[in-house]
Design a protein around this ligand. Structure first.
Ligand code: NAP
Length: 496
């Protein structure tokens, strides 16, 4: 690293990574493995960990098995259970940061606010919230789509006099014991914490706008003998990981051909009738759209929690919040002491306060056609920028870390290619990006997220799916395994 000018306090690095979640840490490790040590990781918060640092609500866990929800280069034989909890996942991430000596590269409390391509110098100019400035030849965004909590669009949001918080900003200082609590939302987060708090509260009102499809979670503690086996015969863990991967890929068959989802739907219906005996409650909890259209959820304790006497499932969304109550979409008022928003994330503006300006000085949000990318990773008009978990790389069925690693390896090969060609700038050709997006949008039109009769965060306001990868992840791996460099233009840094 070299300081450009002592007055300006601008530090230059070859690579600046944004975010220290799985994407940012993984990128850091692969850069180090490639002998590229001139990089920093800008982290907006005071510590590393991304979504696994922020989501510490009671019962927070991953619904993808841990042996698959982990890096291929850092297999952990010691996972305590098949679906590990937040603390264990965060500890795994911190272990990686320590093992690969990433912390000296991390700049905490450094939220990136502006990123501007300098056509003359061939570098990115970056400004962070702490007043620091950076320049970088390459920027890798590891921001992810689930970092900015979203509140429901309801009247009177600020008028509540009790306690409110979002599931991703859990207030552990507020004791829920004996309180009347409204939970708004029934997605992947709510189904994990509702069973944990239902026993403690005096009354829980669950405002459910759309019931999720739910299947049993094949979870459990892992016996020490299995951990020993994985530790001393690592190939056994690799085989186990592969078996999880291929089982999950089976789900993608149903995404591609929604008719095949009937098998999973039967399992979900059985699960519901097995765990909920009251026909009125069961009717409220039965979805009316094709399974898979929204994320399929895994839980063994959600339905039993809803069957408790102190839990009321309101089959209507929240439409208004008043000083001491929540009013549902049918006009019924529910008096509560606290409201917990389990209303997800602002996925359609993942950049939040960050403004990225392309080579023509246009802010990316203002560009025609919105945010799109080639292979969800590189963007026309934005040279030397790699976006991890960019548009159409999210998953509903397998480990997102598989996608992240595919993208990181792709980006590293791009850096290597620039070195090989002895150039310092590369950019995806607009025609390649457009053709790629036309093709996947065509595929997505026939898939369960568009055909399944539901509205999910996967679709934008126009019904376009800009978040999810269409189908099998091995297809994504095939496409990113060897970059097609004919789809890029390469150039020398003008001032070099
Ligand atoms: P989400 O899936 O976006 O769910 C938001 C919930 O809020 C939905 O049930 C939505 O209802 C509801 N909602 C919004 N406005 C409402 C209103 N006015 N009244 C009533 N309900 C309202 O959010 P999330 O549960 O936080 O999950 C987000 C994503 O995080 C997941 O899809 C997943 O990718 C990830 N996640 C993963 C795990 C894991 O274990 N791997 C765990 C948690 C989260 P509608 O369905 O009607 O829109």
């Amino acid at each position: 690293m070299k300081k450009l000018s002592p007055q300006a306090q601008v530090s230059h690095h070859d690579v600046v990574i944004v975010g220290s979640g799985f994407s940012g840490l993984g990128m850091g490790v692969y850069l180090k493995k490639a002998g590229r040590n001139d990089f920093v990781i800008l982290e907006k918060a005071g510590d590393i960990g991304g979504t696994w640092r922020d989501n510490h609500y009671p019962g927070a866990a991953c619904d993808v098995p841990s042996h698959m929800y982990s890096f291929s280069f850092e297999q952990n034989p010691n996972w305590s259970r098949f679906y590990s909890g937040q603390a264990e996942i965060l500890a795994y991430m911190k272990g990686i940061a320590a093992k690969y000596d990433l912390m000296p590269h991390v700049r905490v409390n450094s939220e990136l606010l502006e990123s501007r391509w300098d056509e003359v110098q061939g570098v990115w100019h970056l400004k962070t919230g702490d007043g620091n400035q950076y320049t970088a030849r390459v920027v890798v965004s590891g921001i992810g789509g689930l970092s900015r909590p979203a509140l429901p669009k309801v009247k009177g949001l600020d008028s509540f006099k009790g306690t409110t918080f979002h599931s991703a900003q859990w207030n552990h200082d507020y004791d829920l014991t004996g309180k009347r609590v409204a939970v708004i939302g029934t997605g992947a987060s709510a189904i994990q914490f509702v069973p944990q708090i239902a026993e403690r509260v005096s009354k829980l009102v669950l405002l459910q706008r759309t019931p999720p499809w739910l299947v049993p979670k094949p979870d459990g503690m892992i016996h020490d003998s299995v951990k020993q086996l994985f530790k001393y015969i690592p190939v056994s863990q690799r085989l186990f990981r592969s078996s999880i991967y291929w089982q999950a890929e089976g789900f993608a068959l149903g995404f591609i051909n929604p008719k095949l989802m009937t098998v999973i739907e039967k399992l979900a219906r059985w699960h519901l009738s097995n765990q909920v005996k009251d026909p009125v409650l069961r009717a409220k909890l039965t979805p009316n759209y094709t399974i898979g259209c929204k994320r399929v959820l895994f839980s063994n304790n959600y339905y039993p929690a809803l069957a408790r006497e102190n839990v009321e499932v309101v089959a209507a969304g929240a439409q208004e919040i008043r000083a001491h109550s929540v009013v549902d979409a049918e006009g019924n008022e529910h008096e509560v002491d606290a409201i917990i928003f389990a209303t997800g994330f602002d996925v359609h503006d993942p950049l939040g306060p960050l403004h990225i300006y392309d080579r023509e000085g246009i802010e990316v949000r203002q560009r025609r056609g919105g945010l799109s990318a080639y292979l969800g990773t590189t963007l026309k008009g934005l040279p030397n920028l790699f976006m991890l978990l960019g548009p159409n790389t999210a998953l509903g069925h397998n480990s997102i870390i598989f996608m992240i690693e595919s993208q990181i390896k792709y980006a590293i090969q791009c850096l290597d290619e620039m070195d090989r060609k002895e150039v310092s700038v590369m950019e995806v050709k607009p025609a390649a990006q457009d053709a790629y997006n036309d093709k996947i949008q065509e595929e997505l039109k026939r898939m369960v997220w568009s055909e399944g009769g539901c509205k999910s965060w996967y679709l934008d306001e126009d019904g376009k799916n800009v978040t999810i990868w269409p189908g099998f992840t091995w297809r994504y791996w095939m496409k990113t395994r060897r970059p097609n460099f004919r789809n890029f233009t390469f150039g020398q840094r003008p001032s070099a």
